[in-house]
Design a protein. Sequence first.
Length: 411
Amino acid sequence: MFVQPQQKSALNKNQIRPEVRGNFIFIGEEKFYVRGVTYGTFRPNETQELFPEREMVEQDFAGMAENGINSVRTYMVPPQWLLDIAQRNGLKVMIGIPWEQHITFLDDKKLSKDIIARVSDAVKNCSGHSAILCFSLGNEIPSSIVRWHGAKKIEKFIHKLYTEGKKADPEALFTYVNFPTTEYLQLPFLDIVSFNVYLESQDKLQAYLLRLQNQANERPLLMAEVGLDSLRNGDEKQAEVLRWQIEKIFAAGCVGTFIFAWTDEWYRGGADIEDWDFGLTTRDRKPKPALAAVSAAFKQTPFPDNMVWPKVSVVVCSYNGSSTIRDTMEGLKTLLYPNLEVIVINDGSTDSTPDIVSEYDVKLISTENRGLSNARNTGYQTASGEIVAYIDDDAYPDPAILIMEFTNNIQ
């Protein structure tokens, strides 16, 4: 069923639509990390939909859920029944909207208008369904096409698609899937920054992810495709590479990734593609070693279980901060970091600051009022952690900030 916005307050987690806050995707009050696989494209089924028969989709989506996968990327606009199956299995769907992006589409005004109309119709047809993660307004417009039309015209066209999509479904999230040869496109209006990246070197992938994070700035960065062909590299190599790709992607602060692909079954240009095997399963859905490797890696995201965490001392300095420090202390309780201490320096407060702080399991040190610099030095001298982090008494942290900073800095 489609869910209307006014019903949100009564919905369970599986029915709440995603939203973007800063560098993260949220569903309700919980961060959503994309642990996904791509799905398709497929030979037309009996009703000429470019997806498998319903029974196979039911089997595929159940298998994904059993292996810790929570998202599916399609390259065609799915029928409602597929979105319903996804929702029953707890899967979010990134919907690709296909159009003629591999030709000089802006040279034909009638064609470009038709593309805009089709994108709008596609969003309207799926509008409001809570299984939707986001819509992709395009996928890898070739660099030759971008050069032909010019980057500014391409950027303007994608912005038009975004505007029409938002009109059709104002609550939906939108992205465009870019790739390295056109990374220079400026698309600041997108909700999510998405890239297809195929790099088989850990160092090169790590460096490129950090480069992309600079471009994403304060928006979520999503790897829309990563993968390795097992036909040329072997099943074990595929499993090994996908494992460390997932680890590197999450360690770099991305909101997640889609592994290309769920199955070796792939149909393109009117023919079955049989000369490469990117799937986690074979064409007849037999699991490859890569499925177990991906499942295990996803279960440890966003951060590996075997990581050694240095102790962090969080220092809060306060002078008469009673009006705000309780919120700060409550925020510090949510920090997702396994090895930390909180130290509050009460810098000669004359209000109830020390009384409020004493309600929490933190180290409280009261001194005469000697100013912020002195208070910070006292906190530093008291700290037992390898790392000292300071926060003001009228601020509260993102729960994952310490973990994110540590994992980014060890890369």
